[in-house]
Each structure stands twice: as C-alpha cells, then as structure tokens.
Design a protein around this ligand. Structure first.
Ligand SMILES: [Zn+2]
Length: 208
C-alpha cells in the first residue's frame, strides 16, 4: 500500500478540489477557465447534497469483475439496472482501513455510497431533475436571439451523484477522495494486478 505521507497528501485536497479535478479531466473541458470549473463543481455539489432522498427502483445485481473494468458500480438504463462490483467494493474497504479513514467511511459505507450514487443517475435519467441541474449550472451552449439553450456540463452529474452519496450516507468525506485513493493504489500496482485499471465510483457509460 502507499506510504502514510501519500495518504496524507490525498486527504489534504478538499472535496471541492477533487470535484474540480474530475471536471477538468472530463472531455470537453480542456482549456476551460479553472474558475468556471470551480463554480460548476460547487453548484453540482450543492445540487447533489440537497437532493431529496432518492429510492433506487432499478434492479440491483451484485457480481465480481469490477477490478477488470475499473468500476465500483454501474447504472444502465435498459432495463434500469445497478450493478455493484463486489471485488472492487472489497478493495475499497481495504483501502479505507489501510489509510485509517474509518471515521469518514464506516464499515459497509462503500457499498451504500455506490448504490446511492447510481440511484442518482437513475433519478436524473428518468425524471425532471436533469433539467433542474442544467438550469442550476447556467451554462449556455447556444444563444438564439433572446432564447438561451442550457448546455450540458460534462461531469456535473457525476459530481452531484458523489455529493448526494456523501450526504445521504453520512460520510465524513466525499467518495471522490476514496476513488482518488483507489486510482493511486492501481497506479502503484500494490493491490490490483498489473495492467488493471483503477476502480472508479462512476459508471463506464451510458449514464455517466
Ligand atoms: Zn456516476
């Protein structure tokens, strides 16, 4: 596992900054003004943390294979299904212990957070909340005279889903910090097999 110094460094970066980094690493945001990204990160985080509790009505399937796919969980819409990857969730729980982050992520909270996160994707996919998030972000993609067409901010839904999971699961820190630690573990090659990708607390696609 990584050194205590490296563990300290990750935790010293605050949750909003991790959200900014997620947005910055998302295609379409190359060269975007960092102040704009920070504003979007704050807005998406606030949106997610204020969402009313969302029941997960999708079918839940538990299986392994998350380490190979680099995923903790995934939502797919046809039919509405949440896949939870037990192997990647177990690794995340070990990382929490190794980094002494139990106060932030109680036992079992990785699974609960992954489920909550994917429930938000399902909620945004099927309801009016996606438009509400767009309005909150206020990004204008297209201006036709006085008509403003709200633009899509890639990654914002992801930030909102993490913020929701942090809030409803009562976590001390965002799951974004944990995903950063998992990525560090994968890069170090200390836990996962060489060549495997870091588990993310996000979905490969279609409901990013
Ligand atoms: Zn996601």
């Amino acid at each position: 596992m990584t050194t205590p110094a490296a563990a300290t460094d990750l935790a010293q970066t605050d949750d909003v900054e991790w959200a900014v980094r997620l947005l910055a690493a998302t295609p379409t945001h190359e060269g975007r003004d960092p102040r704009m990204l920070r504003q979007w990160a704050l807005t998406a985080d606030a949106f997610g943390s204020r969402l009313a509790p969302v029941a997960c009505t999708a079918r839940v399937v538990e299986r392994d294979g998350g380490l190979e796919e680099g995923l903790l969980a995934r939502y797919t819409s046809r039919p509405p299904t949440v896949e939870l990857f037990n192997d990647a969730i177990a690794l995340a729980e070990r990382v929490v212990d190794a980094r002494r982050w139990r106060d932030w992520y109680p036992p079992g909270s990785v699974r609960a957070a992954a489920l909550a996160h994917e429930a938000v994707h399902a909620h945004l996919h099927h309801g009016p909340a996606r438009a509400a998030l767009k309005r909150a972000l206020g990004h204008t993609a297209l201006r036709l005279g006085r008509l403003r067409v709200p633009g899509h901010v890639a990654g914002a839904e992801e930030v909102a889903a993490h913020a929701y999971a942090r809030t409803v699961c009562g976590l001390g820190r965002s799951p974004l910090l944990l995903t950063a630690a998992l990525a560090a573990e994968a890069r170090a090659g200390a836990v996962t097999r060489p060549g495997s990708t870091p588990p993310r607390n996000r979905d490969a696609r279609r409901e990013n």
